[in-house]
Design a protein around this ligand. Sequence first.
Ligand SMILES: [Zn+2]
Length: 229
Amino acid sequence: MSDLYRCYAELAASEPEGTNFRVHVVERNSAIVIVAPHGGRIEPGTSETAALIAANDFSLYRFESLIAGRRLHITSSRFDEPRGLALVATAEIAVAVHGRADAGDAETIWMGGLHIDLRDAIGASLRRAGFRISTDHHMQGRHSDNICNKGGLGAGVQIELPRSFRNKLRGDIHAREGFASAVRGPLKQWTHERLFFECERPDKSSRELSSIREGAHATPAVRDYGKDG
Ligand SMILES: [Zn+2]
């Protein structure tokens, strides 16, 4: 399905912000940012789900269409809304939450993105929590320009939720909290391991260590950690 708009500038020239769409940005100075580039009525439920995953820990970006249908959909590898790109650039990793059509499978969560380790850690956590996941599908999120891969590491995670699954989450608080918690677990663990790794490095100056402990942004040397091939 091709998009009406090839980039945000085209969209913004025709669609009034506040009437046809809105943008939410919450910066929490975290190494991970949760994004919903197709929120609101484009892929219903993704904006709310992204906020649940972010909770009070991770930065959060949401682009929400206020009009029906997919007219404001800009595909992930072309999604260049400036506030979204700016927030993602502050983080090491972006985790993008999307909605897919059921296409004959109303339950399976499709996992993608270039950060394979984190993708698989989230997938395993979701499985343990009783959810069905797959990495064998056609929405791999592996384009380097995909917004999920535009954090400092150049590799992130993409989560595609079937329409029926999103509807189920909306009406079922236990499923909703179970899902968010299963995604958040590996994200929090990744954050902690990253801090531990950096603090253990013998060549770190005390100034760099203290800035890491205070949660400041990574130095260029830090950015190599965890990078995929
Ligand atoms: Zn999407």
